[in-house]
Design a protein around this ligand. Sequence first.
Ligand SMILES: [Zn+2]
Length: 346
Amino acid sequence: MKIEEIKQKIVNDIESATNLKELDEVKIKYTSKKGIITELQQEIRNIPNEDKKEYGMKVNEVRNLFNNEFNFKKENLEKDALNKKLESETIDISLPATEIKTGSPSIVESVIEDTENFFISMGYDVVDGPEIELDKYNFEMLNLPKEHPARDAQDTFYLKDDTLLLRSQTSPVQIREMLSKKGKEPVRMICPGKTYRRENTDMTHEQEFAQIEGLVIDKNISLSDLKGTFNAFVKHLFGSQVEARFRPSYYPFTEPSVEMDMSCPNCDGSGCSMCKPKGWITICGGGMVHPNVLRACGYDPDKWQGFAFGAAAERIAMLKYGINDIRVFHQTDLRETKNFDRKENN
Ligand SMILES: [Zn+2]
């Protein structure tokens, strides 16, 4: 093959390589041990001495041509490859985004927060207390001495011995607050928090639930103050059309004691499946603080009076959101959470 033909072939071969792999094959064809240019260089042995110089120059030209063409082509192919890669990685912002699932607030926590805001606006403190409590604070100082039959209704879980227990109500927080506020009266507080009972669980009973209790200790406090407070509370929760009513009841820690009903927000008191079908729904219990409780905390019942009330946050949430099984609050079923979410948004 003549030198000029080889040159032309180099240009053609390099030109027709469409990617870096093909270009590498061209390189092997010309510069490997048995490559065309390598053979041209070896050929110099057979050239007569007087022609060697000229031949050598021509072979150099071929080699330079190859290197120049090869480098130029390689650079272009690399650029193309990079562009293709960038093109394939381009983000199409018109595509719909990946859905990120969001959580929703715990329905019980929402009820508690709402309740806290309501009572804070009326000048109450929000107070916290331990969930592992002394029998003394959970029962004894609340006029429930050991062996009192009313303890059965609040049987709980005891730790170590019978002096330490999981609190069955948040009332011990009231005792702690009355003790610490002694001399700094009045006491106006709510104490939402977890409580525990030894229950067989069913649709309306759980071993763990959140109680919302409130307490006021001041001078000249009467049952009508409790009724006014309860009336405002249920109207805040369920709307201004809801009415409040008291029925006589019994609790060891209050005297007199009352069941606190509201007219059914679902049927306005005419009777429906939600109020079964009485037209009224009990959501709180309470009454005037028993003189024995006042005395136990160092308050003179002739000088100080007070009222106390309590409700389960889950019960309020069930009524508010139409939930009929208390156990859903401790299950992790997202369908229920979504359901609450939707109801809240409506
Ligand atoms: Zn009803």
